[in-house]
Design a binder for this molecule. Sequence first.
Ligand code: CO
Length: 134
Amino acid sequence: MLGRLNHVAIAVADAEKAAKIYGTAFGAEISATVPLPEHGVITVFATLPNTKIEFIQPLGEDSPITKFVERNPDGGIHHICYEVPDILAARDKLMSEGARVLGDGTPKIGAHGKPVLFLHPKDFSGALVEIEQS
Ligand code: CO
């Protein structure tokens, strides 16, 4: 059920500034800057041949990444996102194996207009995992 690596997310204070170096130094294609109020982040993507890098910046008072950016003022790797063919089937299977899904378990629409869920880092070797419907 585990599909492609969709993206690696890096949390920073200024997503546009962080993405810029990928555009200038690496020559990567940089997306528009998109606020996602439902997720409490502003996103900018750098597109690579085999995956994407997602730069996320806190948005609003209750952003889930505010503390992370405070602890990592220079930025840091925040989560990795895998594609799954059926997000509800993946959620149910993961939960039946004991993995914890963050929030109420209902997928939210992510940066690519597809349903996403986040999984507890303690169940995945210390890495916050996002799954996205492929
Ligand atoms: Co993500």
